[in-house]
Design a protein around this ligand. Sequence first.
Ligand code: SAM
Length: 279
Amino acid sequence: MITPKKSLGQHFLADKRIARRIVEAVAPTTNDVILEIGPGEGVLTRLLLERCGYLLCVEIDSALAAGLRETTAAGNLTIIEGDALKIDWGEAIRAAKAKWADCRSRADADDAPRIRLVANLPYYISTPLIQVLIREPIDDMTLMLQQEVVDRIIAGPGGREYGYLSVLVQYHCEARKLFEVPPSAFRPPPKVRSAVMKLVRRTKPPVEVHKEERFFALVRAAFAQRRKTIYNNLRAAERALGLGAVDQSLLEKAKIDPRRRAETLSIAEFASLDRALFE
Ligand code: SAM
């Protein structure tokens, strides 16, 4: 048994019932390419492998990657030793799709697989990783996260938890919390509570924006200093956003009181603001 490395966020899932519950929530089929980040000792990997079409794992710890290769070799499994924050996901997904097609018979070689992600994420990189993955062509994600991060993702306007991450994720995906997991389910137990959530990519975003990158830069700037009004945050970001002087009348044009704080704005209101400022 490997000694867990704290620096890599290694809290292995020791409760097999929870592992099975996660895999049941995924319900993998042979039509699926599954991407697993941080397979660790393989508790989820083995269950996923029994049911999915093709599995690509990305593990940063070379000892764990080597151990998994020894114990879990299979024709429909690839284990990449690498950093999930740095790999080229577009390329990895293209390669995984091709391998999935190789594993299939000629008769159904034209089908396209679903691309799905499953991870008991290392908590120290979960937020930046979600920000990377949300832009990739992944149909759904089943993630074990720190409960506090789940609450931030699913939060609606009006509360302390609502912020850039909520808007970013809810714009791209439907997000729902599935169940909570106590620290005792892990070896060693983390200091925080955890929860499993599902993100399902929307076929169409809930609001129309002209340029996504610019929209998210605006949302980020609006939340830069949460205690400041939306007007003051936008004034401070005029240059960074490539705007001229932000006038209160522009906010009024979007029917937004300049004295409001970003945390009170719905995604639809952010989209109106985007139109008023940039069009
Ligand atoms: N999936 C296993 C389980 O449920 O028991 C392990 C989960 S553990 C919370 C996180 C895993 O992610 C560890 O195996 C760790 O080595 C790996 N990891 C940490 N940082 C990583 C990174 N940047 N890229 C890929 N894997 C990483």
